[in-house]
Design a protein around this ligand. Structure first.
Ligand code: ADP
Length: 497
């Protein structure tokens, strides 16, 4: 029976998972790697370490599969998005470290472009905001700061890539210099309507077109691996950035279907159909995937601090030993006792976008206990997600009736039930929580013909469904108190961020 391999190149580790023909994860390998912080606000990865860790996990899983005589039908790739690399086409040597999506070194340059009035143009073409998060200003930084790089780039000697492109370059020993539409749509250089690299944007950011990879769909036979230490050659058939891969892996295949990943932060992505939705609330419009010439778009909003707040209760306040203890502690009281937490530990993301908002706890009294704080913390994770869900509903003029969830925090049943109550939604928690790798495997398996979307739907397994159980008046009261608290915490710090 045939298997599919998924490479999941994340921010802190590289993983490879083998899925069998029933889409069960049957073997996996994972290697963490070092985060480099050369200056405050800078985050880098060593590109050779990224390749080395990814390659080793692939080799481990591949040799296990071959020892069982498994036929590997195809390989799919999903990756941390926006992270930016430039390398020499002749030697495959990077000219600088990978600049990671979290890196803020180009914040001043982005502010300058905003003050010159460029953001509307950039948003219209790319669906994104003028923020250091995305690749274009990171490419510009490498071109402008590393000796000789701009000249070599202008002579066509260098290649740019996001992590998918770098992995495929290495897997094929430089035969393929490609990316897919989902990764291209995070660079600030890709026009998400024409599906082309945009000449106006290349000019604005002063980036030579010769650097750029060819843009492909998310599911097709791109080529085969061509590496002496990886035998046999494997067809490469799927590529998607991590959040889009998770949306696909959660089978959010029709407009309005939405997934939320609850990890350090929360990442909401909604399938917005075959036309792009323009957000009035600074949510991102992005490409969800392109399959067989049909492009699907998505709306995206992120909460910066969600599971991280539980970590803070654990490590900062010592309220419990393990994040999972938060469920029993919060369940030991019937309500938050009047406490509301605004978890703006690193400012607030969508839909507030206030880097100067402060973390705050309101409503303390003599009767407040650690259990009330813990319950309010779980509520605050859900209330932030609810704000984005409401914004998505308004922007897309679509009803969201069901939310599919994944990420480390969704083992907390109370958290999930609170979300169902606060957002008046049905929530579906799948059995396989590896949505990101699953999405890459689906995309590769579809292109290689081992599955159809219909068969994948039939193989979908739900672990548990959560229904709204609380009366809406009670939830409305909670939401209005929350909004009052958020308003008090906005624009608190005077720091220039
Ligand atoms: P990431 O991929 O962002 O590193 P994970 O998906 O591994 O995150 O999830 C880890 C996060 O989830 C941590 O911030 C942790 O505090 C939180 N978390 C883990 N288990 C629970 C739980 N049972 N209840 C609440 N939060 C949890």
């Amino acid at each position: 029976m045939a298997s599919i391999l998924a490479l999941d190149q994340g921010t802190t580790s590289s993983r490879c998972i083998e899925f069998n023909h029933l889409v069960q994860s049957i073997s996996q390998a994972q290697l963490p790697f070092e985060q480099l912080y050369p200056h405050p606000g800078w985050v880098e990865h060593d590109p050779l370490t990224i390749w080395d860790t990814q390659y080793k996990t692939l080799q481990t899983v591949l040799s296990q599969a071959l020892s069982k005589n498994t036929d590997i039908a195809a390989l799919g790739i999903t990756n941390q998005r926006e992270t930016t690399l430039i390398w020499d086409r002749a030697t495959s040597q990077p000219v600088y470290n990978a600049i990671v999506w979290q890196d803020r070194r180009t914040a001043d340059y982005c502010k300058q472009l905003i003050s010159q009035g460029y953001e509307a143009l950039v948003t219209e073409k790319t669906g994104l905001l003028l923020d250091p998060y995305f690749s274009a200003t990171k490419i510009g930084w490498i071109l402008n700061h590393i000796d000789g790089v701009r000249q070599k780039a202008e002579q066509g000697q260098l290649a740019f890539g996001t992590i998918d492109t770098w992995l495929i370059w290495n897997l094929t020993q430089g035969k393929l210099h490609i990316t897919d539409v989902t990764n291209a749509s995070r660079t600030l250089l890709f026009n998400i309507d024409s599906l082309q690299w945009d000449t106006d944007l290349l000019e604005l950011f002063n980036i030579p077109v010769s650097l750029l990879p060819e843009v492909k769909s998310s599911s097709e036979h791109y080529g085969v691996t061509n590496h002496p230490a990886l035998e046999p050659d494997i067809p490469i058939c799927g590529i998607a950035g991590d959040q889009q891969a998770a949306l696909f892996g959660q089978q959010c295949w029709t407009p309005g279907m939405t997934k939320c990943t609850y990890g350090t932060g929360s990442f909401l992505v909604m399938n917005s159909g075959n036309t792009r939705t323009v957000s009035k609330h600074r949510l991102l419009s992005t490409i969800a995937w392109q399959i067989d010439n049909t492009t699907t778009y998505a709306l995206e909003g992120s909460v910066f601090t969600s599971g991280a707040l539980i970590q803070w209760l654990r490590d900062g306040l010592n309220l419990f030993k393990d994040a999972s203890d938060s469920e029993a502690l919060a369940n030991s009281v019937d309500d938050n006792g009047g406490v509301v937490i605004v978890p703006a530990l690193t400012g607030l993301g969508a839909p507030y976008w206030d880097p100067n908002a402060c973390g705050a706890i309101f409503g303390l009294s003599r009767g407040t206990t650690s259990a009330h704080l813990c319950r309010a913390a779980l509520e605050s994770i859900c209330l932030q997600v609810d704000d984005i869900l409401s914004t998505m509903r308004q922007d897309a003029d679509i009803s969201i009736n069901e939310l599919r969830i994944d990420g480390g925090a969704v083992s907390n049943n109370l958290l999930v039930q609170l979300q169902a109550d606060i957002s008046s939604l049905t929530i579906s928690r799948p059995t396989v929580l590896e949505s990101t790798a699953l999405g890459a495997a689906y995309l590769a398996g579809l292109a290689s013909g081992i599955w159809t979307q219909q068969q994948l739907s039939e193989l979908w397994l739900e672990n548990r469904r959560f229904y709204c159980q609380q009366p809406s008046e009670q939830m409305n009261h909670l939401k209005s108190t929350w909004h009052k608290a958020v308003n008090r915490s906005l624009n608190w710090s005077d720091d220039q961020i």
